[in-house]
Design a protein around this ligand. Structure first.
Ligand code: ADP
Length: 383
């Protein structure tokens, strides 16, 4: 059950681009800042042609800090709704003191500098800007090259949260294993009444760590895009029966009944192993979170373009404040309880990623004290 963080982790390699970018920014601004022009060819027009090809936002100001040139990325980021940036004062476009000081330093002291700032318009965005002096047509100007860091910072935050979650999740069973091993070493190994119990606690915690690592690796492969799905027509009723058999002893222990409402000849367009994995996760949860003598029902319906496979339980349900975050990795409505019943908090994240690999989706509806229904939506093969 370990699915959804690896895409973001994969993207984290982008962080190394930041170092390259700094180098590029520095080269660009020193090139633009050259006092001699290229055999007299460096004109505002050539400069503007170059700016058009850049993905980074660029703003050039004159001595009076009025903007004399900018490119499309700068316009998209800073123009808001009131027209072109040209002729505006820099302070009208970007109200950040440190950015101003950087431009002033370039104009007044001929100095290059780099500042990071936040820009709020609809949402918060973070930029790194390198500002350098530039001279053309015998007049002093300053050029700022803006690189957006919002996404990189988001990925860094995701990475930190993920590492902190994983460390926390691993530390809990590990602490317990160490404590029980020490107890056995301190003499409990000869305590015939308890030694087997201590060993089984150690085994349970080791298994938990094993599940967690399996889920993390699984999620990681899905998100890294290394898992390919092979879609075929899958007889879904048979598949559900097989999953019911696999989970029967768990269901019996919890006194939960199974009901398969899917017609025998019904097929869906899916990768059989991955569909089994998704349904196993959902049915396993429906058993774990059901009430005693409750039923788990699996049904199917369809629209013109999709099949909808739903797994319903008669458990305690999930209150509405949890629903929007339920498919996030490590999100649990009751962390201690999920751990107690052997959960990793990654199962639904894996289901979400697998459904998306099929270009489908997973969703949930729930009524507290009545139960929950998880639905996997899979596109039909219309070709
Ligand atoms: P876990 O390993 O904890 O089951 P999941 O990602 O599968 O992790 O589920 C995340 C959380 O969603 C669970 O800890 C539980 O709080 C909630 N949840 C999942 N399925 C159900 C369900 N059928 N009924 C009630 N709560 C559920």
């Amino acid at each position: 059950m370990a699915s959804c963080f690896s895409k973001e982790l994969g993207q984290l390699s982008k962080l190394s681009q930041l170092a390259q970018l700094r180098k590029k920014m520095s080269l660009l601004s020193s090139w633009f800042g050259k006092k001699e022009d290229l055999q007299g060819k460096t004109s505002l027009r050539i400069l503007l042609d170059i700016l058009k090809t850049m993905r980074e936002g660029v703003i050039i100001v004159g001595e009076d800090t009025r903007i004399i040139a900018s490119n499309q990325p700068a316009y998209d980021a800073f123009a808001r709704k009131n027209g072109a940036l040209e002729t505006k004062r820099l302070s009208e476009a970007i109200r950040d003191l440190s950015v101003h000081e950087a431009f002033k330093k370039a104009l007044e002291n001929d100095e290059s500098s780099e500042v990071k700032f936040e820009f709020f318009f609809n949402e918060k965005r973070t930029f790194l800007v390198r500002v350098s002096p530039i001279e053309f047509e015998n007049t002093k100007h300053a050029i700022g090259i803006f690189y957006e860091q919002t996404q990189i910072e988001h990925l860094e935050k995701v990475r930190q949260e993920f590492l902190s979650n994983v460390s926390h999740e691993l530390r809990t069973p590990l602490t317990s294993i160490i404590a029980f091993v020490e107890t056995l070493e301190d003499g409990a190994i000869d305590d015939k009444a308890n030694n087997q119990r201590f060993l089984s606690v150690i085994r349970k915690n080791a298994e938990r760590m094993h599940h967690l690592i399996d889920d993390i690796l699984e999620l990681s492969s899905i998100e890294a895009g290394t898992i390919l799905i092979e879609q075929k027509n899958v007889a879904v009723a048979n598949l559900v029966d097989e999953i019911f058999v696999n989970l029967s002893s768990k269901a019996e222990t919890r006194k939960v009944k199974f009901q398969n409402n899917i017609e025998k000849d019904k097929t869906v367009w899916a990768d059989k192993a991955r569909l089994e994995q998704m349904l196993t996760n959902l049915i396993d949860n429906a058993v774990k979170f059901n009430r005693e003598n409750g039923t788990v029902e699996v049904s199917i319906s369809e629209t013109e373009k999709t099949h909808l496979i739903s797994v319903s339980d008669e458990g305690e349900g999930i209150s509405s404040e949890h629903l929007p975050r339920l498919f996030e990795r490590f999100y649990r409505t009751d962390r201690a309880r999920s751990r107690e019943i052997g959960g990793t908090g990654l199962g639904l994240a894996i289901v979400k990623h697998l459904a998306r690999l099929h270009e489908g989706e997973v969703s949930v509806t729930s009524t507290v004290e009545k139960g929950s229904t998880f639905t996997i939506e899979l596109p039909k093969n219309l070709s």
